[in-house]
Design a protein around this ligand. Structure first.
Ligand code: BTN
Length: 335
């Protein structure tokens, strides 16, 4: 059940910068005015700045900087994305929680966020290191009316949106390594994991998991990842507000998603290719069975990796890892 405190914050937030009278709050929340006053004092202790004026009532003039459902809702300019936000100080994985909520009918646009994950998941069953308050660990539940085979386009779209936020709003230009790794100076700063529940011709829901290393210093990156991973802080020497960045990302995903649903994938494909890492160059393709070198020609209209092999043949790849170093041996078999 939602606490009275949360209901109170919601009422104040809904009123934005307008005052709401003590009487109205007491009627809406069915508690005494003295109890309202006590809650206000508690909110102030939590870092909220509240203005109380006789005859006018109360309004919140400043939210604490920390991430919470209320601080994320405050000032979030979206129509449907993040209207329901679930924030946890700790979770095994926001993906797990999002799947559970989605199977219990959580609406399209529900967002699950954790300050830390104890079992963060990456692609290919890898683990995803998600230390407390250092990054964005977030899963978004979507219910798109598209055919299941098109779902990978949504992950590529999400990568382009995050790339645009880094580039245009934070001034840090990333590259996207197919399919969804965001690199800064050839080191990974963010990754996306998309999981889907679908029947043959219908998606029940998609969970898009977004992991972004934001405020890690070099010492916060585990040694085994130190060559491969970076953070926005390391790359730009600047700490960022996690809360503000989540809001910026949600505000950017919503219009991009709406545009995609209306107009299809072609604009996102162009954008993806503008950030694409190693396009036009040789890359190493790794599949379960073998590794080989090919030229990376960009992505196909369905989002597949397009490569040109030595014999000039163009091949579409749907599942592979690409690499750009240590690729001396051609056609080396893994079996
Ligand atoms: C990858 O690059 O391998 C994908 C990483 C995805 C990590 C995010 S963090 C939020 C969500 N919860 C998880 O457990 N994983 C995704």
């Amino acid at each position: 059940m939602e606490s009275t405190r949360n209901k109170l914050i919601k009422l104040l937030a809904e009123n934005d910068s307008n005052y709401i009278s003590g009487q109205q709050l007491s009627d809406d929340l069915q508690i005494s005015r003295a109890a309202i006053w006590k809650h206000m004092k508690k909110l102030e202790e939590d870092g909220y700045k509240i203005e109380g004026k006789t005859k006018k009532g109360y309004r919140i003039i400043e939210y604490p900087a920390k991430t919470s459902e209320n601080t994320l809702q405050w000032g979030l300019q979206t129509n449907w994305l993040g209207k329901k936000i679930i924030h946890k100080t700790s979770a095994t994985s926001t993906q797990h929680l999002a799947h559970k909520l989605a199977s219990e009918n959580a609406p399209h646009g529900t967002v699950v966020i954790a300050d830390e994950q104890t079992e963060g998941k990456g692609r290919m069953n890898r683990s995803w290191y998600s230390s407390k308050n250092k990054g964005i660990w977030m899963s978004i539940i979507l219910r798109p009316e598209i055919l299941p085979y098109l779902a990978p386009q949504l992950t590529l779209l999400t990568a382009t949106v995050i790339a645009d936020v880094f580039d245009k709003q934070l001034g840090v230009t990333p590259q996207i390594k197919w399919p969804n790794d965001l690199l800064i100076n050839q080191q990974k700063a963010a990754g996306i994991l998309t999981e889907m529940q679908a029947e043959q011709d219908q998606i029940q829901y998609i969970v898009i998991g977004i992991g972004i290393n934001v405020n890690h210093s070099i010492h916060d990156i585990p040694e085994e990842l130190s060559e491969k991973a970076t953070s926005l802080h390391i790359a730009s020497n600047q700490e960022r507000s996690i809360k503000d960045l989540i809001q910026q990302i949600l505000q950017s995903i919503e219009p991009a998603y709406d545009h995609y649903i209306m107009n299809g994938f072609s604009d996102a494909k162009k954008k993806w290719e503008s950030y694409g890492f190693k396009i036009g160059q040789e890359i190493k393709i790794n599949t379960m069975k073998k590794s080989w070198i090919a030229r990376f020609n960009g992505i196909a209209s369905d989002g597949a990796l397009l490569i040109e092999n030595d014999d000039g043949q163009i091949q579409k790849m749907y599942s592979a890892e690409i690499d750009w170093f240590g690729g001396e041996e051609k056609n080396e078999n893994k079996n």
